[in-house]
Design a protein around this ligand. Structure first.
Ligand code: SF4
Length: 289
């Protein structure tokens, strides 16, 4: 289902400028943004994945991963289609790196998701996690649902790449209780060349979010790209400058999607990086091992 997008402006000749994320796409009529899920139809920008659910399930909160936010509880987890980054190692590429018309989705409403979350409360469900694909990329639905969920006493969690512009981030933060934000590397070359994003923009999201809600950070450690001790030292130091209490999850890379040219991250490398990060941060976890 399509819905008119938030955070765009109309330009000349039916062109539009989308400023939901730092890509700042300028989109001609009948064109789409880099994310593939926002389309200019006759001078109006639409979100094409509004209410389109690709995946839904009830997960332990630790699976998000959030280890220090209501441990032992469960959370209704929903995902849609699309992403604004182009990670060749994407773990969820079958829903994140496709267009809405390329996969089967289930059309739903905010009220339906909220009713389901409430019905699961007795089984330990605390709220709704917007996860599996990038939540900011179906912002309109996530924003509307999280607002209503909050009114109904549910908690909201975003599992995000953090590549979102300042204004939309500020607008949704009052309704968000926790975020797990990817910090995919601590070098801009990785962001620019490998995944078509930007390190400084993601750092700005982490810094802002950490003042408003519970934040945990995840780094997928990829041999040869972001696995140096020096880089981990810098990353952990920077996180600690925000707060040494921010939990960091170091996740193990396995060959996947378009990146199959290297073996899984060696365990001894993960352990060394964990020890490095622990010199600055109180909580460092290994995931996917
Ligand atoms: S959300 Fe999509 S269309 Fe908008 S700026 Fe980002 S990539 Fe471009």
């Amino acid at each position: 289902m399509k819905s008119e997008a938030m955070f765009y402006e109309k330009l000349e000749n039916k062109r539009v400028h989308c400023y939901l994320c730092p890509h700042n796409c300028s989109i001609p009529s009948d064109g789409r943004g880099l994310c593939g899920v926002r389309k200019n139809i006759d001078g109006i920008l639409y979100s094409l994945n509004y209410g389109e659910i690709s995946s839904i399930g009830v997960d332990p909160i630790e699976k998000k991963p959030l280890n220090r936010f209501h441990p032992g509880t469960y959370i209704l987890s929903v995902g849609s289609v699309g992403c604004n980054l182009k990670c060749p190692f994407c773990q969820n590429h079958s829903i994140a790196q496709v267009k809405p018309e390329e996969i089967h989705t289930h059309q739903t409403s905010s009220d339906e998701i909220i009713a389901k979350a409430i019905s699961l409360k007795e089984q330990g469900n605390i709220g709704i996690a917007y996860t599996y694909n990038e939540p900011s990329i179906w912002y309109e639905f996530v924003y509307e649902t999280s607002k209503k969920a909050k009114e109904n006493g549910l908690l909201n969690v975003l599992v995000t790449n953090g590549y979102i512009s300042k204004e939309p981030l500020n607008q949704i933060l009052p309704y968000i209780d926790a975020m797990n934000i990817d910090l995919k590397a601590f070098n801009d070359k990785f962001y620019r060349e490998l995944i078509k994003g930007g390190l400084e923009e993601v750092k700005a999201t982490i810094k802002r979010a950490a003042t408003e809600c519970h934040v945990e950070v995840t780094t997928l450690v990829i041999p040869g790209w972001n696995d140096s001790v020096e880089e981990m030292e810098e990353m952990a130091q920077w996180l600690a400058s925000l707060s040494a209490e921010i939990p960091l999850h170091l996740s193990r890379y396995f060959p996947k999607y378009e990146m199959t040219d290297r073996p899984a991250t060696p365990l001894n490398s993960l352990i060394e990086l964990k020890q490095t990060a622990e010199r600055h941060l109180k909580y460092v976890y290994l995931g996917n091992v």
